[in-house]
Design a protein around this ligand. Structure first.
Ligand code: IVH
Length: 682
């Protein structure tokens, strides 16, 4: 019996090794040795054995790639080392001045550089402990990211276990998760067949897939990965160069881009960049540039970092792509705040592998400034992820008799008059809550992740609810009953229940989310957080006048005016009452802040702190009545210096502003401004 079990265990281990090996051949080396059917057969046998012997299941088993149940949210994780961004060069001259700078700082030219395609995906950090994948995280703000471990595990190009007998104790690797262009096109075909909206581009599709709460969906999205950076390592081999690090990563079972090259001169860097410009569409992944890195780690260390980016690397951005096409007509959209935005309807044109059929035109003044007219040949530009834009007309090809375009007098969706703001730039639909276009956009935004975060309330659902006459403003969402939806096409009991739960949960969101959801012009998450912190409730905010609001740091006159105007509108006041009636939380729970007052203290931060993110540090100071400013001046009480400080340090020294480290900052939070006096005494 024991022998039988031993045999099963051995077979399970053998299957895992085989599957990982073939997985590696397929996803990393791109050179499979067995057919898909044979691979599936191995997986099937392993699944069956594990089902019969759950005691033998281990977290690194290939069956566990889609193991975790759907999660509620992505927990924040602090990176072992900050994830830096890159400085950009847009021209060869800028590339050359980077090389000159590096040469000047080192006192000689670096002996080699690596050139790597800059993949247009999402940065990821993956941590292995004793060879086992334990964590995957997004970049976030560079200090704290989101825990996406369950989703990262579904990506077969990322090993669950390192391919080595002697793994380092800790290994952090960074790279890019992306969706291959072919996978992206297949996904969009499937989505369109199902009547779902297609993704704009592979980057958005990858981002949407990585942020799925259900890893099964991520697994079905066929994401891929290239690794390009060694982060935190404990107990690895001694490495001296980026090129050696890349080779080691490949050995460990990671996918490393085969197009990476080692070069030695500026001319070679430029030849590589030229190759990338010419061949970017021959690759099965999108690139938006080329990353050049000083190869030697010793040189990298000497060059160091600015506050934002390493001095030893630069991203050469590929020029945006332009095409000429016909501007068929100009139409308008009404957005969630009622702003009317014109856009160009174009004769479909392929730009950088994406079929472009429309482009934004911003506003009427822009259209006149560029002098584009319906019927013109126009140059259209698509740069990376941004919405395509009309650069301008090709005047030499303008047909005779084209007329200038003017903003319609009435909203095409509700027939209400369109009015302009004082400067005559922005146009608004005056239909208010009755404009179906505005309402649709508003409700979708209200339920979105940026605002009230109501899972399942997407555009299609909103349209359905509107068509059924079930919602005429955001408060109506909270009045929906299961019987309103049950039995409608696609709305089974489970889906209805999920939506009802999500709506119920949204009643208790923090105040700032509600403020964002109201769709007040200029009030996004940042401003909303400031308002929520300062006023604590909608009622208190409604009392505030323009002058008072404008005096708050980060608000200013334009935002203040927009807030006061919004609350002055009787229709909006009625909405607030209605939201209150249906049980939406209108105030922040009052949290007593522990610790002394920092009233009158103004701090400035530079560099990276170990124990706080910038936001946390700022919140801690403000919660105690202190202020945080972005720049050093004579009024600054102290400069808090973290790792890799920027130019603020020199400025503080020049002005004689006290400089404190993270420990002193922590003591300041605990003990109050007295801590600073002690400092001066010493
Ligand atoms: S190196 C300190 N290499 O570009 C090292 N980044 O604009 C910093 N990226 O956040 C990153 N391909 O998401 C590096 N071969 C490559 C890259 C690459 C794409 C992305 C990465 C980074 C962003 C910076």
């Amino acid at each position: 019996m024991a022998d039988d079990l031993e045999a099963v265990k051995r077979r399970i281990e053998e299957l895992r090794r085989l599957i990982e090996y073939h997985n590696y051949r397929y996803y990393v080396l791109d050179s499979p040795e067995i057919s898909d059917a044979e691979y599936d057969e191995l997986m099937r046998e392993l699944r069956e054995l594990e089902a019969a012997h759950p005691e033998f299941v281990t977290p690194d088993s290939p069956t566990q790639r889609v193991g975790a149940p759907p999660s509620e949210a992505f927990a924040p994780v602090r990176h072992l080392e900050p994830m830096f961004s890159l400085d950009n060069a847009f021209t060869f001259e800028e590339l050359e001045s980077w090389v000159e700078r590096v040469t000047r700082l080192l006192g000689r030219a670096p002996d080699a550089y690596t050139c790597e395609p800059k993949i247009d995906g999402l940065a990821v950090s993956v941590v292995y402990e004793d060879g086992l994948l334990v964590r995957g995280a997004t970049r976030g703000d560079g200090i704290t990211g989101e825990d996406i471990t369950a989703n990262v595990k579904t990506i077969r190009a990322i090993p669950l276990r390192l391919r080595t007998e002697e793994p380092p104790a800790v290994l952090e690797v960074r790279g890019e998760i992306y969706m291959a262009v072919s996978a992206f096109e297949a996904l969009n075909r499937e989505r369109e067949a199902r009547g779902e909206p297609p993704f704009m581009n592979p980057r958005n599709a990858a981002a949407g897939s990585v942020r799925q709460k259900d890893p099964r969906i991520t697994a079905a999205r066929r994401l891929s990965n290239f690794m390009y950076h060694l982060g935190h390592v404990e107990g690895g081999p001694e490495l001296h160069r980026q090129s050696e690090a890349l080779a080691w990563l490949r050995e460990l079972g990671f996918r490393v881009n085969p197009k990476n090259e080692i070069v030695h001169t500026v001319d070679e860097i430029e030849a590589y960049a030229t190759w990338a410009v010419e061949h970017r569409h021959d690759l099965d992944y999108e690139i938006d540039g080329v990353v050049v890195k000083v190869d030697s780690f010793a040189d990298q260390e000497r060059l160091g970092y600015t506050a934002r980016a390493p001095r030893w690397a630069i991203a050469y951005k590929l020029p945006p792509e332009e095409k000429t096409t016909r501007l068929l007509r100009i139409e308008v959209n009404v957005g969630r705040t009622g702003v009317v935005t014109p856009y160009a309807v174009l004769e479909p044109v392929l730009i950088g592998g994406v079929c472009v059929t429309s482009a934004t035109l911003h506003n009427e003044r822009e259209i006149h400034r560029k002098d584009v007219r319906p019927g013109d040949w126009v140059i259209v530009r698509r740069a990376g992820e941004v919405i395509p834009e009309v650069v301008g007309p090709v005047l030499s090809r303008r047909p005779k008799g084209l007329r200038r375009w003017h903003m319609p007098k009435r909203c095409p969706f509700c027939g209400s008059p369109i009015v302009k703001d004082e400067r005559g730039v922005r146009a608004y639909c005056t239909g208010g809550y009755s404009c179906p276009s505005r309402l649709r956009e508003w409700l979708v935004y209200f339920g979105s992740r940026a605002a009230m975060d109501i899972d399942g309330l997407g555009e299609k659902t909103v349209v359905l609810l509107m068509e059924r006459g079930l919602v005429a403003d955001p408060a109506d969402i909270f009045r929906l009953r299961p019987e309103d939806l049950l039995g409608l096409e696609g709305w089974g009991p489970k889906r209805v229940e999920n939506l009802m739960k999500a709506i119920e949960a949204a009643k208790d969101r923090p105040l700032w989310r509600l403020l964002v959801g109201l769709g007040i012009d200029h009030v996004g998450p940042t401003v909303a957080r400031v308002l929520a912190r300062r006023y604590g409730s909608i009622d208190a905010l409604m009392e505030a006048d323009e002058e008072e609001l404008a005096a708050i740091e980060g608000i200013g006159p334009e935002i203040a005016k927009s807030i006061v105007e919004w609350f002055a509108d009787p229709e909006n006041r009625r909405l607030i009452d209605k939201l209150r009636q249906v049980g939406v939380r209108m105030a922040e729970p009052v949290e007593a802040v522990e610790g002394p007052s920092l009233d009158g203290v103004t701090l400035v931060f530079t560099g990276t702190l170990e124990r706080f993110t910038r936001d946390e540090a700022k919140e801690a100071v403000e919660a105690r009545g202190g202020k945080v400013s972005g720049s050093v001046s004579r009024r600054t009480t102290a400069l808090v210096v973290g790792k890799h400080p920027g130019s603020k340090l020199a400025k503080a020294e020049a002005l004689g502003v006290p400089i404190i480290d993270e420990d002193t900052f922590a003591r300041l939070l605990e003990a109050g401004p007295g801590v600073l006096d002690e400092l001066e005494g010493s």
